[in-house]
Design a protein around this ligand. Structure first.
Ligand SMILES: Nc1ncnc2c1ncn2[C@@H]1O[C@H](COP(=O)(O)OP(=O)(O)OP(=O)(O)O)[C@@H](O)[C@H]1O
Ligand SMILES: [Mg+2]
Length: 374
């Protein structure tokens, strides 16, 4: 079924509604073929999950690989990870001939699989029952054994992979690294937006995953390709964009995928016929106004120093030296040391991130709202 709005703002639909990422898709497909694991990073909402689903779409149409996507953000410990990984087997064991229950019973002799049925679809759902750490480790071994015995090659994406550093158990990285390494029929994509956490997992020489993957960082989509994509979808629906509007869309949304998609989605449903700069200006203000109650709340959640620095960062176009005297003086901030401690907090909260040497506010709407404050 065709979506009613071609600018998708959640999940993935199909290649027709997915812009570019040709090189990145090619890199991931090639890595998959050559069984090289990949770490995929980007700013939040730049398009990692979308890209993974796009690659899965391609892989599935080739029917040579069985692709699995797991978002491990909701898991809080190794137990949760084991259950999540085990859920992959629901699909693997449902495929092909024979009853699911018999296959599960035949494979798992020494761990306790639990089969429930989805209330809506009636599909079986596999989980595992274990009562001690030893049983959990044993279950993990079994899951990896079964994965290793699958005839098809596997492509497994673990989204928000940095979550494993929050697990309370010791040696999680060493355990997962050795298990993952032992599977020779699987390629893994580890993705997430916490660049510093992921680069320490994969880039610190004393950590188990050190240099075990290719690194792929998603930059914004090429502006020319994005403009052509946007123009085409508006044109196909008989909506005409006034000159310079494409540039305006990309500059308001800082060419950041989710914000481009969101703005175009709203513009598409809001307008029929000819779309003018005036239309987009008023729509943009409306979008900011809708979020105002959340943004005002930042004043209460942050100290005065942190909030002043946030506003100062929004007002700067390209801030590379936040501790420099001229930046501090220009915005009436206190001292390099107080800016440093406020910046640390804003970065831990991920309100501010460092991308290609510049400090920016990650949320494009918040950035725009702060800029227009009196
Ligand atoms: N190449 C693309 N073309 C069109 N839309 C895209 C593209 N990539 C992503 N999107 C859309 O942009 C939005 C953000 O993408 P996505 O959720 O993949 O980002 P993310 O990097 O995984 O974000 P997060 O860090 O929050 O998990 C989604 O609505 C998605 O549908
Ligand atoms: Mg994502």
């Amino acid at each position: 079924m065709k979506p009613s709005n071609p600018f998708i703002i959640s999940a993935y639909y199909s290649p027709k509604y997915f812009c570019d990422r040709e090189d990145e898709t090619e890199s991931l497909l090639e890595a998959c073929k050559s069984k090289r694991n990949v770490t995929l990073t980007s700013l939040r909402r730049m398009g990692k999950t979308g890209l993974i689903h796009h690659v899965f779409y391609k892989v599935r149409s080739e029917k040579s690989v069985s692709a699995h996507y797991l978002d491990i953000m909701p898991t809080v410990d190794l137990n949760g990870f084991v259950q999540a990984l085990g859920s992959i087997l629901t699909k693997e064991l449902s495929a092909g001939k024979g009853s699911f229950i018999k296959k599960v019973g035949g494979i798992f002799k020494s761990v306790r699989p639990v089969i429930k049925y989805d209330g809506l679809t009636g599909q079986p759902l596999l989980s595992f029952d274990f009562r001690s750490e030893e049983e959990m480790n044993h279950t993990l071994d079994e899951i990896f054994n079964v994965l290793g015995n699958q005839k098809m090659n596997l492509l497994i994406a673990l989204d928000e992979f940095q979550q494993i550093v929050n697990y309370p158990e010791k040696n999680v990285e060493a355990l997962l690294r050795s298990k993952i390494q032992s599977l020779n029929n699987a390629t893994w994509i580890f993705s997430g937006s916490h660049k510093h956490l992921l680069s320490s997992i994969f880039g610190q020489h004393n950590r188990p995953f050190y240099q075990s993957t290719d690194m792929l960082h998603l930059a914004p989509i090429s502006p020319d390709k994005y403009k052509r994509f946007i123009y085409r979808h508006f044109q196909m629906a008989g909506k005409i964009l006034e000159d310079n509007l494409l540039d305006k869309i990309l500059s308001l949304s800082r060419n950041h995928t989710f914000y481009v998609q969101y703005l175009c989605n709203r513009l598409f449903s809001f307008s029929s016929g000819r779309i003018t700069i005036k239309t987009i200006d008023s729509l943009w203000l409306e979008i900011l106004r809708e979020r105002e109650f959340v943004f005002y709340n930042y004043r209460n959640l942050l100290t005065r120093n942190q909030y002043s620095l946030l506003v100062a960062i929004a007002l700067e176009e390209n801030l590379t030296q936040p501790l420099a005297g001229n930046f501090i003086a220009k915005h009436g901030l206190k001292s390099p040391s107080s800016v440093k401690s406020a910046l640390d907090v804003l970065m831990i909260k991920e309100l501010v991130v460092r991308e290609t040497d510049s400090y920016i506010i990650q949320d494009v709407f918040l950035n725009a709202w702060l800029r227009q404050l009196p």
